[in-house]
Design a protein around this ligand. Structure first.
Ligand SMILES: NC(=O)c1ccc[n+]([C@@H]2O[C@H](COP(=O)([O-])OP(=O)(O)OC[C@H]3O[C@@H](n4cnc5c(N)ncnc54)[C@H](O)[C@@H]3O)[C@@H](O)[C@H]2O)c1
Length: 276
């Protein structure tokens, strides 16, 4: 008998930690742009008593996303989406961040929303970065939420010439994710399914370690010292929150974004992390 399928997009630490909480009795399709990452996470899951298959997906390509979903449907109905793929400001160009973190995420949410099983749930990993950027005009928020996906990259604020640097691109992408999730929650609701996002602060993963070593390394050290938690977070702490949102105890949660950052954003606005 076919089992329900979990789509794990992004075979990193956060995606793995979330998936382990919900994967029993299901088939996990572990997708990543790097085959070795997908294989490694599938191996960890298989050796821990779960059932996982690895494959390649490039979140920056609609064709690749559609192939991935098509493959998943050959294994069973899609019950959960865990979108934990992404590139960070130190890893990628403005264009790449907009293509993968913003456009690709929007495509994935929309396409999975067309096939998600009744009772299904999803979570997409956004970032505290999106919460730090200045408030945007309501018109822009609405454009982020509702612009047809193929036209998203053409809205003024997302044109390359209007983006300052890769950090700004990342902030815009993550802000946009939150609005996409809100709008998608309405559509997922018609299928009796739910979708939410999580905006983590700094979580120790390979992606974050690249950031610590990058040009903003000192900025991060300062953030850990001055945020209420006094440390970076772990993928397992994010997974605890995701488990609530993905399971029956989160049945009334949809279209929401949850900030989990050890208080760094609070301190950024109202405490010692406030910029001079
Ligand atoms: N680690 C943090 O501090 C932090 C904070 C806030 C948000 N996030 C977000 O969490 C998500 C997961 O990151 P992580 O910290 O677990 O990092 P990670 O490096 O452990 O995992 C990210 C994975 O995404 C994959 N990936 C990159 N580009 C891809 C593409 N085009 N298609 C498919 N897969 C791709 C990478 O190969 C990698 O395996 C990202 O969206 C990131 O922006 C991370």
């Amino acid at each position: 008998m076919k089992k329900d399928v979990i789509l794990l997009v992004g075979a990193g630490q956060i995606g793995l930690a979330i998936t382990r909480r919900i994967a029993h009795g299901k088939t996990v399709l572990v997708g990543d742009v790097k085959r070795e990452n997908a294989d490694a996470v599938a191996k960890v899951l298989n050796e821990a008593g779960f059932e996982a298959i690895s494959t390649i997906i490039d979140l920056g390509s609609k064709e690749s996303i559609l192939n991935y979903i098509h493959e998943a449907l050959t294994y069973g109905d899609i019950l959960h989406l865990v979108n934990a793929a992404g590139v960070s400001p130190s890893q990628a160009s403005i264009k790449k961040i907009i293509d993968v973190d913003l456009y690709g995420t929007a495509v994935l949410l929309e396409e999975v929303g067309k096939v998600i099983k009744s009772g299904g749930t999803g979570v997409s990993i956004s970032s505290q970065s999106g919460h730090r950027m200045e408030a945007l005009d309501e018109t822009i928020n609405e454009q982020f939420a509702l612009t047809p996906v193929e036209e998203l990259r053409e809205i003024d604020i997302l044109k390359e010439e209007n983006i300052r640097d890769s950090l700004h691109a990342y902030q815009l992408a993550k802000r946009c994710n939150v609005f996409r999730v809100k709008a998608e929650a309405v559509k997922w609701g018609y299928r009796n399914a739910r979708i939410n996002s999580i905006s983590p602060g700094i979580i120790v993963t390979p992606l974050a370690l690249d950031e610590f070593k990058g040009p903003r390394g000192d900025f991060y050290k300062n953030m850990f010292e001055k945020c209420p938690a006094g440390r970076p977070g772990t993928a397992d702490e994010v997974a605890g929150l995701a488990e609530l949102m993905l399971g029956h105890q989160g049945a009334f949660i949809t279209g929401s974004d949850f900030l989990i950052d050890g208080g760094a954003t609070a301190s950024y606005f109202y405490g010692p992390l406030k910029p001079e």
